[in-house]
Design a protein around this ligand. Structure first.
Ligand code: SAM
Length: 332
């Protein structure tokens, strides 16, 4: 029986956060006074993560994305990739990263079974990069993108969070990246999660504006998203003759909750059926049971979480009461 929520949506995708830690501090994610280098807290072991995936795969789980925090700051992530890649039924294994550590790990990740990667890239200007992500260097991210291409991870998607007054002047330059290289740019609307003070400064740019501006470069030819590119929430297009694609993800102004197919597992073992809602179920008690009882308990906890999956996210309604955890904690 496939996993379904009470609105009939089939859930086939799990995002697994392997750590809350990050080696960057992007303005929309953390406020300048927030500590992010805290030691690894209680976190699921690789074996526990694999147990969750192994238990859900016979129930229709097909896609797994490793994320964080910054997943590659947790040691031995290629080993986790190797464990998950071997689980029968998992046909799409991907990773979200800021790219900084990819030159070191891309080869091992690919060898151990990683298929594709999403790399955050909000600007093409090294100086502006410092303003958006003060702890990192643009050149290191670019080296990560080149490493991903060189080892044959495919597709390589570039996640660009749109920020009015900060990087909206670069929409066309970012879109042009898709012309001559197999790079797939995904423009993402700024969401009210993480550093809400930044969001409240009015940096949200509706995704429709990014799309309208990209249309200045040529006809936006719709692309039907297949299995190979992950079937995500983006509306995807190709510029005439381009090697890569352009995607537009508008979580708030072009809500796609009606076709949501995912849930999230936090590094500390909570299952979140929705990124924009406080509902969560603790999987740790089930994981501590002896084998035999464990799988049934995991499944029943997942069913409980899915039963509480809301019909849509509550980002805007919850904005005055930011009661839920940050993207970094839940797993972006
Ligand atoms: N560190 C990894 C990375 O950079 O991809 C994985 C985690 S990060 C939270 C995942 C994605 O969420 C990144 O592309 C990041 O830009 C995006 N993100 C974080 N906070 C966001 C926000 N408030 N609105 C929109 N996207 C956000």
């Amino acid at each position: 029986m496939p996993l379904r929520d009470r609105f009939g949506r089939v859930i086939e995708y799990l995002r697994v956060s392997v750590t809350e830690r990050c080696n960057m501090r992007c303005v929309y994610c953390v406020s300048p006074d927030q500590r992010i280098y805290e030691p690894h807290g209680e976190q699921l072991s690789f074996e526990e993560i694999a147990t969750v995936v192994r238990t859900l795969a016979p129930h229709g789980l097909r896609r797994v994305r490793i994320t964080g925090g910054e997943p590659l700051v947790r040691p031995h992530i290629p080993e986790l990739v190797g464990m998950l890649a071997q689980i029968p039924g998992i046909t799409d294994l991907s990773l979200s990263t800021n790219g900084i550590l990819l030159p070191r790990y891309a080869d091992a990740l690919k060898r151990n079974g990683l298929k594709r990667v999403n790399i955050s890239l909000d600007t093409l200007q090294p100086l502006k990069f410092r303003q958006i992500s003060p702890a990192g260097r643009w050149e290191d991210v670019w080296a990560g993108i080149e490493a991903a291409l060189a080892v044959g991870l495919s597709p390589v998607k570039l996640n660009c969070v749109l920020m009015k007054g900060i990087n909206d002047d670069e929409i066309l330059d970012l879109a042009r990246l898709t012309l001559n290289q197999p790079l797939h740019v995904r423009f993402i609307e700024l969401m009210p999660i993480g550093n809400l003070a930044f969001y409240r400064q009015g940096h949200m740019l509706p995704i429709s504006e990014a799309k309208a501006r990209c249309a200045q470069l040529g006809e936006l030819i719709p692309v039907v998203q297949g299995e190979a590119v992950g079937g995500g929430p983006a509306e995807v297009f190709r510029l005439p003759g381009a090697q890569g694609t352009l995607g537009f993800i508008g979580a708030c102004t072009a809500n796609f909750c009606h076709r949501c197919n995912r849930m999230r597992l936090s590094a500390d073992g909570y299952l979140y059926p929705c990124l924009g809602h406080g509902v969560r179920v603790d999987l740790k008690p089930a994981l501590q049971l002896p084998q035999g009882q464990r799988e049934e308990a995991i499944l029943s906890a997942v069913e409980r979480a899915l039963h509480r999956k809301p019909v849509g996210h509550q980002f805007v309604a919850l904005l005055p009461h930011p009661i839920f955890r940050t993207m970094r904690a839940i797993g972006g």
